[in-house]
Design a binder for this molecule. Structure first.
Ligand code: NAP
Ligand code: MG
Length: 468
C-alpha cells in the first residue's frame, strides 16, 4: 500500500506539496514508512469533498448508512491481524494488546454504535412540537496516537451513521493504521467524499482542518493543552465542539476492599499500552493502614511482567511511542524523586535499543506533587495514602481532570454510593468494566461531550423543533 497518498473524494490522491514525514518503530527506531504532509490546498480539497457529499449522504436512511458500516465491521474482522501488526509496529503496543484489545474493541464499539443508530428515535413529540434530530454537516476528526484505530472509529462511526461527512487528521506518530483503515473504507465502497483522510502535523494540518470555514463540528481527542486551542479555534464560526482530553484517574481502595483486585485493575492500565491510556488509573489511593500490604501486592504482581519486543506473544510491556515520549516520562520520574516521592520499583530506562521504560511505582506521594497532578502517559503509578474515606474521596477529586476512576470496596452498594461522589465521567466499581456501549466522556478539563453508544451518537446531531 502507498502510504504517501491521501484519500479524498473517493480516490487515493497525491499531495499538492512534496514534504514527507517518517514513521518510526519505537522498538527499533527504524523508519517503517513515510507519509505526506498535507498543504492548505489539500486540506481545502478534503473539506470541499466532504461538504459536497453531505446533502446526498445525509438524505439516506439510517438503514442504508448502517449497511456500509456492517460491511466495514466485517472488513475490520477480516483484517484484524494486519491492523494489529501495523499498530504494534508504529505504536509499540504489544501484539497481544493490539490484537485482543485495540482492534477487537473497535469492532465491538462499531457494532454498538450501529445498534445505537438503528434504534435511535429521530422524531418525537413534545406536546405539539415535532422534535427531530438531524445531522450537522462536516466533521473535522483529529485523533491521538495511543489507540490509532479506535480513536478514529469512535468519531467516524457515530458521525457518519448520523448522516454527517468527515475529514480525518490522524496523529503523526501513527498514521499507517489510520490509512489502512481508509483502505478498508474505500473497499467497502462508501459514496465519494463521505470519508476523507489526510496526514501531516497537528500545528499545520490539524489547525487547518479544524479552522476551515466549511467545517461544522470539531471532534478532537488528545491533550487538554491542544483541546484548549481547538476550543478557541472553534469559536470562530461557532462550530460545535467535542473534546476527549487527558486524565489523572483515581483508583480508590476502601477499607476492607480487595487489595488484589484494586492492584490488578490499576496495574492493568499502567502496563497495557505502556500506560499510554487517557483513562489509566494513575493514582492508587489507599487506606494508610493498608499501605504496606498494597506495596507487597504491587511488587508481587509486577514480578513477572515481561518487558521487551512487542511483537512477541508473551511480552507484557513494549516501548513507549517515541523518543520524545520517553524523555517526557523520564522527566516526570526525575521530578517525582526531586519532590520527595520514593520509588518502590522501576524508575529507569531499560538498557537496550528502543524506548523501553520500567514499570515504575512511586510511594510516599502527596496529591499536590507534580507526578500526582499531571498526566505522565507512561508506565508510572503513584500510590497515595489517606486517613479517612472522606479524605480519600477529596484526594480522588483533587485534580483538574475528571475522566475515569474506580472504587474497590467490601460492600458494593457503599462503593457505588462513593462512585457517585467521584467527579469523573466513568467510575468502575469492584470487578465492573466499561462496555462497548457505555458512554465515555470527561468532567472538568477532561473534555466536553461523549463517545460510544447512544450518547456518542447524539453528539453528532442537531435538534430541530417543527411547530404546527
Ligand atoms: P496531542 O498532542 O494533543 O495530539 C492529538 C492530535 O492533535 C494529533 O493528531 C496532533 O497532531 C493534533 N494536534 C496537535 N496540535 C494541534 C493543533 N494545534 N491544532 C490541531 N491539531 C493539533 O495528543 P497526543 O500526544 O497525540 O495524545 C495523548 C493525549 O491524548 C493525552 O493527553 C491523552 O490523555 C489524550 N487522550 C484522550 C482520550 C480521551 O478519550 N479522553 C483518549 C486518548 C488520548 P500531531 O500528531 O501531528 O501532533
Ligand atoms: Mg503529539
Amino acid at each position: 500500500m502507498n502510504y504517501q497518498q491521501f484519500y479524498i473524494d473517493g480516490e487515493w490522491v497525491s499531495s499538492s506539496g512534496t514534504e514527507t514525514i517518517d514513521v518510526l518503530n519505537p522498538a527499533t527506531d527504524e523508519v517503517i514508512d513515510k507519509v505526506s504532509a498535507a498543504t492548505t490546498e489539500d486540506v481545502d480539497r478534503a473539506v470541499k469533498a466532504a461538504k459536497k457529499a453531505f446533502p446526498s449522504w445525509s438524505a439516506l436512511t439510517v438503514a442504508e448508512r448502517a449497511s456500509y458500516f456492517k460491511k466495514l465491521k466485517q472488513a475490520l474482522k477480516d483484517n484484524l491481524g494486519t491492523l494489529a501488526d501495523l499498530m504494534t509496529a508504529e505504536l509499540g503496543a504489544t501484539t497481544r494488546f493490539s490484537h485482543d484489545v485495540q482492534v477487537t474493541m473497535s469492532i465491538n464499539e462499531m457494532e454498538a454504535t450501529i445498534r445505537a443508530a438503528e434504534t435511535y428515535q429521530f422524531d418525537h413529540y413534545i406536546r405539539d412540537a415535532l422534535v427531530t434530530a438531524e445531522p450537522i454537516g462536516v466533521v473535522a476528526c483529529i485523533s491521538p496516537w495511543n489507540y490509532p484505530l479506535n480513536q478514529i472509529q469512535r468519531k467516524i462511526s457515530p458521525a457518519l451513521l448520523a448522516g454527517n461527512t468527515v475529514v480525518v487528521k490522524p496523529a503523526t506518530e501513527t498514521p499507517l493504521t489510520a490509512l489502512y483503515f481508509a483502505k478498508l473504507i474505500d473497499e467497502v465502497g462508501f459514496p465519494a467524499g463521505v470519508f476523507n483522510i489526510l496526514t501531516g502535523s497537528g500545528s499545520k494540518v490539524g489547525t487547518g482542518v479544524a479552522s476551515h470555514p466549511d467545517v461544522d463540528v470539531i471532534s478532537f481527542t488528545g491533550s487538554t493543552e491542544v483541546g484548549e486551542k481547538l476550543y478557541a479555534a472553534g469559536s470562530k464560526g461557532i462550530k460545535k465542539i467535542i473534546l476527549e482530553l487527558g486524565g489523572k484517574s483515581p483508583m480508590l481502595l476502601l477499607p476492607g476492599g480487595s487489595i488484589k483486585t484494586a492492584v490488578k485493575k490499576t496495574l492493568g492500565t499502567i502496563i497495557n499500552n505502556q500506560g499510554q491510556s487517557c483513562s489509566a488509573l494513575t493514582r492508587l489511593i489507599v487506606p494508610k493502614d493498608d499501605l504496606k500490604a498494597v506495596q507487597e501486592e504491587l511488587l508481587a504482581q509486577l514480578k513477572d511482567v515481561k518487558i521487551g519486543d512487542p511483537t512477541l506473544e508473551d511480552t507484557d510491556l513494549g516501548p513507549v511511542v517515541s523518543a520524545k515520549q520517553e524523555e517526557t516520562v523520564l522527566g516526570y520520574i526525575a521530578k517525582g524523586k526531586e519532590e520527595g516521592a520514593t520509588i518502590l520499583t522501576g524508575g529507569n530506562k531499560v538498557d537496550c535499543p528502543g524506548h523501553y521504560i520500567e514499570p515504575t511505582v512511586f510511594v510516599d506521594v502527596k496529591n499536590d506533587m507534580t507526578i500526582a497532578q499531571e498526566e505522565i502517559f507512561g508506565p508510572v503509578l503513584t500510590v497515595i495514602p489517606y486517613e479517612s474515606v472522606e479524605e480519600g474521596i477529596t484526594i480522588s477529586n483533587d485534580t483538574t481532570y475528571g475522566l475515569s476512576g474506580a472504587v474497590v470496596g467490601p460492600d458494593e452498594d457503599e462503593a457505588v454510593a462513593i462512585a457517585r461522589k467521584i467527579r469523573t465521567g466513568n467510575v468502575m466499581v469492584n470487578e465492573g468494566a466499561v462496555t462497548a456501549d457505555s458512554p465515555f466522556g470527561g468532567y472538568k478539563e477532561s473534555g466536553i461531550g461523549h463517545e460510544k453508544g447512544v450518547y456518542g451518537f447524539e453528539d453528532y446531531l442537531n435538534i430541530k423543533a417543527i411547530l404546527r
